[in-house]
Design a protein around this ligand. Structure first.
Ligand SMILES: Cc1cc2nc3c(=O)[nH]c(=O)nc-3n(C[C@H](O)[C@H](O)[C@H](O)COP(=O)(O)OP(=O)(O)OC[C@H]3O[C@@H](n4cnc5c(N)ncnc54)[C@H](O)[C@@H]3O)c2cc1C
Length: 422
């Protein structure tokens, strides 16, 4: 596979250069890296490291035998795609010689460099990479706890929640009201709620045209806003209403018993309520002591090493990555940069200053894609945008251009999931 070869060559070149330098952990013949979380960030980091230097014993800790991907799960919600297209096993990860611990990590002792697993076993490490993604902040929005999520699905972790929201939309009669509650920043996939709103609007327009969709937002601004709002005006006039913070959009509480979302000004009794709650780094990051007051993990932007705990690196959604959004594209890019830095550090070398790229694609209808891209570098202790290096889709573009972007989105998903899990 071409991507495999590229990874290997890239890693091998890096390793060859590093061999010239003193190699503390690797000088003893081997080094142990534990990766917690087998999603876009963790699986990428584990495979990248192992392929770059087979002397490194890599263990991937992940309790789920099958990973269910969020990108394109909004298509599953509206019946455009089967959930099976989101599911990936770990056979290829194992085939790379990575040990898979099929359990949750339950504790981390940063001083002793030990990860404890659910069965009580302890895994020692030289370097730990934490990639646990997000946790939903239950009760941060009053009324929204785990039980409420059964009636008012978030569908912000893909799987049963995605299917639950889909079933509710399918069961809703024509003329019903769908309400989406969009969370405050920062959260997983900044354009995600608006892609979802677009595709639900498309579903309603095609299947239940007397229905209505209201997006209640905790913000006044959101990703790709001009592109989304222009598309909504063109495709879904009168069907989709977005209510920003400044117009009373912030949901103050929810009542699952009546499927009601309350703002400071109004109550909305929904037929389908999709509540996307506030979020924070996956709990294990907190247990490791790698989370600050924001609920996320501060990192060094060149190595992704925790600013709070030495020898622990944090990548993907759990990290505070400055201007980089919480996306699978970003998680994959960060994992490679982090793995390269870990290789250097294990060899006693100085990691190089990285450049990272992100592109977020969204669909506003099946054949209508839009995107925003950014390039980032460490600056002032953060990952900062390189000005003028990124950009968004043009506001004015014809149907062929939009259809092409929808195809690029699909190609990105196929390529990335093949690289991470295939
Ligand atoms: C609706 C939706 C649409 C999206 N669309 C896109 C898109 O089009 N493009 C894009 O780039 N991004 C998209 N995203 C964002 C993307 O899904 C996330 O940014 C990405 O999954 C982050 O990767 P991660 O590895 O940090 O977390 P995850 O992919 O969530 O992986 C975390 C893993 O850690 C595991 N884990 C957690 N705790 C533990 C523990 N204690 N022990 C062991 N394992 C643990 C979990 O089981 C999970 O497998 C979308 C998100 C949503 C919700």
């Amino acid at each position: 596979m071409a991507s495999t070869r590229r990874w290997f060559l890239g890693g091998a070149a890096a390793t060859a250069a590093l061999k010239l330098l003193p190699a503390p952990a690797l000088a003893q013949g081997t080094a142990r890296v534990v990766v917690v979380g087998g999603g876009f960030a963790g699986a990428t980091a584990a495979r990248f490291l192992r392929r770059a230097d087979p002397r490194i014993e890599v263990t991937l800790v992940e309790p789920n035998p099958v990973f269910t991907a969020c990108p394109f799960s909004n298509e599953v919600v509206v019946g455009l795609r089967d959930i099976e297209a989101q599911r990936f096993g770990y056979d290829s990860v194992r085939a790379d010689g990575i040990a898979l611990a099929a359990q949750a990590a339950t504790a981390i002792d940063a001083e002793a460099r030990l990860v404890t697993l659910a069965d009580g076993a302890a895994l020692p490490y030289d370097r730990l990479i934490l990639a646990p993604g997000i946790d939903l902040a239950w009760n941060a929005l009053p009324g929204y706890d785990e039980a409420a999520a059964e009636r008012m699905p978030h569908a912000w972790k893909a799987g049963e929640q995605t299917l639950r929201l889909r079933r509710q939309l399918e069961a809703m009669p024509d003329g019903g009201l769908v309400v989406i509650s969009a969370p405050p920043n920062p959260f997983r996939c900044p354009p995600g709620p608006y892609e979802r709103a677009s595709l639900i609007a498309w579903y309603l327009k095609s299947k239940k045209p007397r229905s209505k969709l209201i997006v209640l937002d905790s913000k006044d601004q959101f990703s790709k806003q001009r592109l989304f709002t222009a598309a909504w005006k063109q495709l879904y006039p009168g069907l989709l209403e977005w209510v920003p913070l400044s117009e009373g959009g912030k949901v103050a509480s929810v009542d699952p018993a009546t499927n009601t979302l309350s703002t400071d000004f109004e109550k909305h009794k929904a037929d389908v309520a999709n509540v996307i709650p506030p979020q924070r780094a996956g709990k294990i990051a907190q247990l490791a002591g790698a989370v600050d007051r924001t609920g996320w993990c501060p990192i060094d932007p060149a190595t992704f090493e925790s600013r709070l705990k030495p020898n622990i690196h944090v990548v993907g959604d759990a990290a505070i990555a400055g201007a980089m959004p919480k996306s699978a594209f970003a998680a994959n890019a960060q994992a490679k940069v982090c793995a390269t830095a870990v290789l250097a550090l294990l060899a006693g070398a100085q990691p190089e200053e990285p450049r990272l790229i992100n592109t977020c694609y969204s669909l506003v209808a099946p054949e209508y894609g839009i995107s925003v891209a950014g390039v980032y570098k460490p600056q002032g202790g953060q990952l900062a945008d390189i000005e003028g290096a990124g950009g968004a889709s043009p506001l004015e573009a014809g149907p062929d251009f939009r259809a092409q972007e929808a195809q690029y989105a699909d190609a990105w998903y196929q390529t990335t999931t093949r690289q991470v899990f295939g």
